[in-house]
Design a protein around this ligand. Structure first.
Ligand SMILES: NC(=O)c1ccc[n+]([C@@H]2O[C@H](COP(=O)([O-])OP(=O)(O)OC[C@H]3O[C@@H](n4cnc5c(N)ncnc54)[C@H](OP(=O)(O)O)[C@@H]3O)[C@@H](O)[C@H]2O)c1
Length: 162
């Protein structure tokens, strides 16, 4: 099973200058809780953006076009299909970004764990459209970040309609 996990702004922005748009500690804790013990798959630029690498307690897979490239504490994959083939069919693997990897995995994903952040923030990378003809809401929970940000966001889990 392939799950995508991402935090998006109101206009689907997800990052700027190879960094995240917000610091949402509660969302990060949820990310850690959901992904611990699982495989996480990411693009080389997202790997580079991690303040601490690898993500502990998880199997890290980094996708790169660079032949022979190695990432300390992570496995490398040469393509989307190479990364997917490294995962067992009966386990949940999380696609954790960035934009190029989300776009390519969208047609293969079974589930989307989206944190909809109710804010418009300038971004230079975006998540693809979540087509309501393809995706239905399975779970939804509104949340308000604690002080000082008090940003409103909604956790939504989407599944495929068919
Ligand atoms: N809001 C969120 O939840 C969230 C989560 C994650 C990331 N982000 C943000 O997303 C941004 C990064 O996204 P991005 O699109 O620039 O980079 P990315 O998707 O993280 O990584 C792109 C790199 O992945 C490799 N790659 C992609 N497709 C490939 C393929 N089919 N075969 C082989 N290698 C492939 C290439 O690496 P090589 O150049 O090494 O070949 C490419 O340069 C940052 O701003 C980050 O903060 C946001």
């Amino acid at each position: 099973m392939i799950s995508i996990i991402v935090a998006v702004s109101e206009d689907l922005g997800i990052g700027k200058g190879n960094d995240l748009l917000w610091h949402l500690p509660e969302d990060m804790k949820r990310f850690k809780r959901l992904t611990t013990g699982k495989t996480v798959i990411m693009g080389r630029r997202t790997w580079q953006s991690l303040p601490r690498k690898p993500l502990t307690g998880r199997r890290n897979i980094v996708i790169t076009d660079i032949p022979g490239e190695e990432f300390e504490g992570a496995e490398s994959a040469a393509s989307i299909t190479d990364a997917a083939s490294k995962c067992k069919k009966d386990e949940e693997a999380f696609i954790i970004g960035g934009a190029s990897i989300y776009r390519q995995f969208m047609p293969l994903a079974d589930r989307l764990y989206i944190t909809h952040v109710h804010k418009k923030t300038p971004a230079d990378v975006f998540f693809p459209e979540i087509d309501p003809k393809i995706w239905k809401v399975i779970e939804r929970e509104d949340f308000k970040a604690s002080e000082p940000d008090r940003i409103l966001y909604t956790y939504v889990i989407y599944g495929r309609r068919t």
